[in-house]
Design a protein around this ligand. Structure first.
Ligand SMILES: NC(=O)N[C@@H](CC(=O)O)C(=O)O
Ligand SMILES: [Zn+2]
Ligand SMILES: [Zn+2]
Length: 432
């Protein structure tokens, strides 16, 4: 089986390539990058005008299975990923039950193999039931293939337990992904504390709720010799802490979400529950600091923190509605389209933040277009214009804070292991 991707602009940060090249895929692997390739192929995808990049990897996704299938399923979440130009996701363990044993890791992997449209890497819980009381079976989960550990959705507030988790993760050679929100400082809060929260009459969460835990976890990880990945960094102060840690050689990486790069606490003005996210949207100063940090490489990765919720849950009063926004289907347009158009990122840097960057952070295969590499490829048309319509999202979750936004740039093909799973917006899952 030979697939030829013809005439696109190949951008591959791992090799530094930015050139008009054809890509020949054979038996699921990249056979050749050259211009032009005249060999015959069983399938040709015309990429003229599009970027041809390594398959995009989203390392922060909530697929909600097992137990919360009314919000999302592995099948629907991976369809949303394919539609969004994402070829691999890492899924968070805050399911019901939590992914806290090797058996549940294997269970999620099996569903993903049977019904997933893209690759699924499983992140195991740090603590049993994500209760923050005792360590989960990290060693057994690592053996079953868990790529990292996290209690995302909650912070492990017991510092001694967090220290043990980091020491154990260091031994296992797996990174720990931390959700940094101090529970006591954030209690009762709905959005970022400040003038906007006051105006809206909503209880606030101070920015220190994040930075005190970022500082704690950097100190603990450094002493433990563990790799620490700070999820969804949202404040200028956290950016400074990560920059300092990196400058002193600590094994710390960080991610930012598209919503923290594009929105501020003003997005709550219409009491839109889709803008109620954890950590909360910050100030314009935070947003600018996050953009700069991403450009400079202090923040390594953009990840969606795709957090689907059922409409009836999000329609509750703002203080009752759950935190979270969907993001798989809008991430690439915002990062590869808008951040490049606005001059925040170069095309090469933008592509790195969703390919080689995330692959390096979690030690995942992929994220490059080298000859011989597995053929996970994304085609992105930077000129395509479209409007975000929640009803048309493939995710069960319609809770996007970008509803009605006119976006420039759109993924036009998603190739997983040499198989075209999305073309021109149509999912090709063998079900017609
Ligand atoms: N980000 C969110 O607002 N919500 C996430 C949990 C999380 O990532 O902390 C969810 O699982 O809904
Ligand atoms: Zn989180
Ligand atoms: Zn999350």
């Amino acid at each position: 089986m030979r697939l030829l991707i013809r005439g696109g602009r190949v951008i591959d940060p791992a090799s530094g390539i930015d050139d008009e090249l054809d890509v020949l895929v054979e038996d699921g692997r990249i056979r050749r990058l050259a211009a032009p390739i005249r060999e015959g192929a069983d399938q040709v995808v015309e990429a003229r005008g599009a970027w041809v990049i390594p398959g995009a990897i989203d390392i922060h996704v909530h697929l909600r299975e097992p137990g919360q299938e009314h919000k999302e399923r592995i099948e629907t979440g991976t369809r949303a990923a394919a539609a969004g130009g994402i070829t691999a996701v890492a899924c968070m363990p805050n399911t019901n039950p939590a992914v806290d044993t090797a058996a549940i890791v294997s269970h999620v992997q099996a569903i993903a193999r049977a019904r997933g449209l893209v690759r699924v890497h499983v992140i195991g819980a740090l603590t049993k039931g994500r209760q923050g009381q005792e360590l989960a079976e990290m060693g057994e989960m690592a053996e079953a293939g868990a790529v990292a550990f996290s209690d995302d959705g909650d912070t492990v507030m017991d510092a001694a337990l967090m220290r043990s988790a980091l020491l154990y993760a260091a031994q296992l050679g797996r990174p720990v992904v931390v959700h940094c929100v101090d529970a006591s400082l954030a209690r009762g809060g709905v959005m970022r504390e400040g003038p906007v929260a006051t105006r809206l009459g909503l209880p606030g969460i101070p920015p220190e709720a994040e930075s005190v835990i970022v500082a704690r976890d950097i100190a603990l990880a450094r002493a433990a010799g563990a790799r620490l990945h700070v999820a969804h960094v949202s404040t200028a102060q956290s950016v400074r802490l990560v920059a300092e840690a990196k400058a002193s050689g600590a094994a710390v990486t960080a991610e930012v979400t598209p919503h923290h790069l594009f929105l501020t606490d003003e997005a709550l003005t219409g009491y839109d529950s889709s803008a109620k996210v954890n950590p909360p949207l910050g100030t314009e100063e935070d947003r600018q600091a996050l953009r700069r940090a991403l450009a400079e490489g202090i923040v390594d990765v953009v990840a969606s923190d795709h957090a689907p919720h059922a409409p009836e849950e999000k329609e509750a009063e703002l203080d009752q509605a759950p935190f979270g926004a969907v993001g798989l289907e809008t991430m690439l347009a915002l990062v590869l389209g808008h951040l490049v158009r606005e001059g925040v990122l170069t095309p090469m840097r933008a592509v790195a933040t969703v390919t080689s960057g995330p692959a390096a952070v979690l030690g995942l295969p992929g994220g490059r277009l080298a000859e011989g590499a597995v053929a996970d490829v994304t085609l992105f048309d930077p000129a395509a214009r479209w409007e975000v319509d929640p009803a048309r999202l493939h995710s069960i979750g319609k809770n996007t804070p970008f509803a009605g936004w006119r976006l420039e740039g759109r993924p036009v093909a998603t190739v997983v292991g040499g198989r075209v799973v999305m073309l021109e917006g149509e999912l090709l899952d063998g079900r017609g």
